[in-house]
Design a protein around this ligand. Structure first.
Ligand SMILES: C[S@@+](CC[C@H](N)C(=O)[O-])C[C@H]1O[C@@H](n2cnc3c(N)ncnc32)[C@H](O)[C@@H]1O
Length: 494
């Protein structure tokens, strides 16, 4: 970067920190105004592939003081010479217009840049363009859009509906509308909250994005909330590179500790691991940096011969049949409290021993005595692990049946027990760090639902059995689970 450009970047950083310290929280929140640190802006710019065209038309919607436009040009100029840039910056806060204009003027005086500052609501302008079929077609979009809810009765929501978009948040509206204005094969880089990756709330947005573009790269910050910490933005953010076409390739996933952006690690991931385009939920599944099992784990729960169901006995609806009797006409009823050290203990170490009578009312809620793997449905936020799985072994009981209470999920084989090797293997896999992290990627709450467990990927049946055989001669512990998973799964993937 030449001296003038370096000076411009320094000036932008000074203006950003000044703005952050001297602007009221209510003003920032009214405008969704959190400016991008220069290091992050330059990093975002570096995510675009080098341009091959001589004329670049860049859109910067919600431009603030222009940090992203400046970073884009400065970064691209270091890689490619002789490019002409035409930039449109939209901004609605008149307090920042003077700085935005001055910074763009500086940029244009040292680079081949023409710019237009549009003191307009970007959503309104973009909807108008679409309705009038006179879309300006941009080759590139760079954005850190405002984060704000769009109320269902607001004008903005009505405008978006007029172009068939049911979108709930300004940031997603900015991305969708920009994609509409992007040329075929054009690129968009955005820093946005990770929350859109799952959940029905953002499903229309994911549908729109994934039917108009493909994900080329995702960058993840290891430490949450670090990027806009001066502005007290408590969001986990990602940077995403989209390309407006439908050529599905591998996705580059990169990780850095924080906004210092040192020692970035990068992996290539199959597109189908990031998003299953045939699923109705279109969850965007971003592997964790140390999710080392991701690349080798591809089976559906049905392919490993398992079913997973919620424990059928709701105790308050069956109080008349539940007692503390020892097995006879009664069979053991397993509660989460019966889990200890990854095994089911009946009675529990604290003495919990509930049983349920077998009769015509309760028979349908019972499982044949056999090997089962149970998973707790509820955990507290403070707990380290979301997934707590335990093995139930038939030899601990002489009864013909066994019952599971409703606060548990049960892995079974069509109402029957699992093969012992599969059950042991599942206990190791479900309790692994990789599974827990992968699970958290799309489950924002502390509940573990059957539907979430069904959505997860599992090792192949052979791999599970191998895990199970290895585990049978060991004492259960997190360390043992990790060791055998590394040995069986990671060894095979090499
Ligand atoms: C999160 S800030 C980012 C600013 C700048 N792009 C950056 O990265 O530093 C979003 C900007 O969008 C502006 N903004 C909010 N709503 C807008 C709208 N409807 N149209 C255009 N700009 C808007 C805000 O005033 C704010 O400056």
């Amino acid at each position: 970067m030449n001296q003038d450009n370096a000076t411009l970047i320094e000036a932008l950083e000074t203006q950003r920190t000044h703005h952050s310290h001297n602007t009221s929280v209510s003003h920032k929140s009214d405008y969704g105004q959190y400016f991008t640190p220069s290091a992050v802006a330059l990093f975002m710019a570096s995510m675009f592939p080098a341009v091959y065209e001589t004329d670049v038309k860049l859109l910067d919607p919600g431009a603030g003081i222009g940090s992203l436009s400046c970073a884009f040009v400065l970064n691209m100029n270091q890689r490619v010479q002789g490019v002409n840039y035409e930039i449109d910056c939209y901004e609605t806060d008149h307090h920042v217009l003077a700085k935005l204009t001055k910074n763009l003027y500086e940029l244009s005086s040292i680079n081949r840049v023409k710019y237009t500052v549009l003191f307009e609501d970007f959503i309104e302008a973009a909807v108008d363009s679409l309705l009038q079929f006179n879309k300006p077609l941009y080759t590139h979009v760079i954005m850190n859009p405002p984060y704000k809810k769009i109320h269902s009765s607001s004008n903005c929501r009505k405008q978006l509906r007029s172009v068939d978009l049911e979108i709930v948040n300004l940031y997603s509206a900015f991305v969708s509308m920009s994609l509409e204005l992007l040329k075929k094969d054009g690129y968009l880089v955005a820093i946005i909250p990770r929350s859109f990756c799952n959940g029905t709330y953002y499903l229309p947005f994911r549908k729109h994005v994934l039917s108009n573009a493909v994900i080329r790269r995702i960058h993840l910050f290891e430490s949450r909330n670090s990027i806009f910490k001066n502005d007290s933005v408590l969001q986990e953010n990602i940077i995403i590179l989209l390309q407006k076409n439908d050529l599905v390739k591998q996705v580059e996933v990169s990780y850095s500790k924080d906004q210092v952006l040192e020692s970035i690690k990068t992996i290539q991931v199959e597109y189908s691991r990031i998003v299953d385009l045939t699923s109705w939920e279109l969850i965007i599944n971003i592997p964790q940096e140390n999710g080392s099992t991701n690349s080798v784990v591809t089976s559906d729960y049905r392919q490993i011969g398992c079913m997973v169901s919620t424990g059928p006995v709701v105790d308050f609806r069956n109080t008349e049949f539940i007692s503390s009797e020892v097995p006879g006409k009664e069979i053991p009823l397993i509660y989460p409290q019966n889990i200890c050290s990854f095994m089911v203990h009946w009675p529990s170490p604290t003495g919990l021993q509930k049983s349920i009578e077998i009769n015509t009312n309760t028979q349908k809620m019972m499982y044949k005595n056999g090997y089962y793997v149970i998973v707790r449905r509820f955990s507290s936020k403070e707990e380290k692990r979301r997934i707590v799985a335990a093995l139930y072994k038939p030899e601990d009981n002489s009864t013909e049946y066994i019952a599971f209470e409703n606060h548990l999920n049960v892995f079974h084989n069509n109402g029957q027990g699992l093969e012992p090797d599969v059950a042991y293997g599942l206990v190791a896999y479900l309790n692994s760090e990789g599974f827990d992290e992968e699970f958290r990627v799309f489950s924002g709450h502390t509940q573990v639902n059957v539907s979430d467990l069904k959505r997860m990927k599992y090792p192949t049946l052979e791999q599970l059995k191998k895990l199970g055989r290895t585990l049978q001669s060991e004492n259960f512990s997190y360390k043992v689970f990790e060791d055998i998973i590394t040995e069986v799964l990671n060894h095979e993937s090499r």
